[in-house]
Design a protein around this ligand. Structure first.
Ligand code: CUA
Length: 363
């Protein structure tokens, strides 16, 4: 044993100084981790993102302190208590320490309780209905997102492949899926919610920063899952949003008479989820699970002997399994014209317009 051991009072003083220094180091280190790690996060574009990030910073700081404490004790023990050369004896037999056990039970209990109350409050705030909410219907289908806007004045709805909202107005998304589970995730807004077959799920957010952000599907939903994303455009103010809105409304109120134009509008607005699976340069589609539609107007007549280009395109949409383009599986939904309330309903008029438009797609 050490023969130059100082007397008890000065030992206690040194211990207390050490203890304070270690606690300060842990707190400071934890705050440092909690403060600087979130700088790699996406933009904070909604009020929810600020609340979520504050909670995350808090969790990260607490986690950082625990990490530094456990790793600090680990490394201290490795160096301080490692076996000396020639020492073959057993270590001391420790029978437990009531005070230490009390502390390491009490501290995590307090921490977990504080975290539970704090995060529950944030969750409740985010879920709470807001005043003057803008409601947007969301439809997920393999592998595209469609956003539906309802115009009360005209009692009419229109679709958009891009979600348009504006800064400062709370949004409520009412979400349905036509097939499997998808998950609506907007990293910049820090919101994420599953779409479940057979029920409507809701998610709320209040955009605060104008700009364009990404909507991602974050539930594995099939071969095109990686392509299932959309954009969200947050307009500066209501006036800028209404410019877009009225333009869209105008098209629905006065639909183009030319079937080619009408068909193009149906596809461009994601009324049917075709964009998620096909390539079509004219509309900027980049899906890969289905065959390309570039130049389909030329190929359609040559696909199936006995079918004209028009008949072939009709068949491909109403009963895609009847002929599969070599290299592609039977993945396309059947677009039916019998039950309007069932998924993948497509009326004859829409089908004809889409076929007329596709026939114009030559290379
Ligand atoms: Cu939809 Cu993944």
């Amino acid at each position: 044993m050490d023969s130059t051991q100082p007397n008890n009072t000065s030992l206690n003083l040194i211990n207390i100084v050490w203890l304070i220094a270690i606690v300060l180091l842990l707190v400071f280190g934890g705050l440092l981790i909690g403060t600087f790690t979130p700088t790699i996060f996406p933009a904070q574009a909604s009020s929810e993102s600020r609340q979520i990030d504050t909670l995350f910073r808090f969790l990260l700081s607490v986690g950082g302190m625990v990490f530094l404490l456990t790793q600090g004790v680990l490394f201290y023990s490795i160096f301080r208590f490692r076996v000396r050369r020639g020492d073959t004896s057993d270590g001391p037999n420790v029978h437990g320490n009531a005070l230490l056990e009390f502390i390491w039970t009490l501290v995590p209990t307090i921490l977990v309780t504080v975290i539970a109350i704090y995060s529950y409050q944030i969750w409740v705030t985010i879920q709470a209905p807001k005043e003057n909410e803008q409601v947007v219907q969301v439809r997920g289908a393999r592998y595209a997102w469609t956003f539906e806007y309802y115009d009360e004045a005209n009692d009419i709805s229109f679709n958009s492949p891009v979600l348009h909202v504006y800064s400062g107005r709370p949004v409520r998304m009412e979400m349905n899926t036509e097939d499997v589970i998808h998950s609506f995730w907007v990293p910049a807004m820090r919101i994420k919610q599953d779409l479940l077959p057979g029920r409507t799920t809701t998610v709320r957010f209040t955009p605060l920063e104008a700009g364009e952000y990404r909507v991602v599907c974050t539930e594995l939903c099939g071969g095109g899952h990686g392509q299932m994303y959309a954009s969200i455009i947050v307009h500066e103010d209501e006036a800028a949003y209404l410019d877009w809105y009225n333009e869209q409304l105008e098209v629905v109120l006065n639909p183009p008479e030319d079937p080619v134009e009408a068909g193009r509008a149906l596809l461009a607005n994601n009324v049917y989820p075709c964009s998620g699976c096909h390539i079509l340069d004219d509309l900027g589609w980049q899906g890969v699970t289905g065959p390309t539609l570039n130049g389909i107007g030329e190929r359609a007549a040559t696909r199936v002997p006995g079918l004209t280009a028009e008949e072939y395109l009709h068949q491909s949409i109403r009963n895609s399994a009847a002929y599969l383009v070599p290299g592609y599986g039977n993945l396309m939904p059947i677009f039916q014209n019998e039950d309007e309330s069932a998924p993948y309903y497509m009326e004859d008029e829409s089908l004809n317009a889409i076929v007329q438009y596709l026939l114009t797609q030559t290379s």
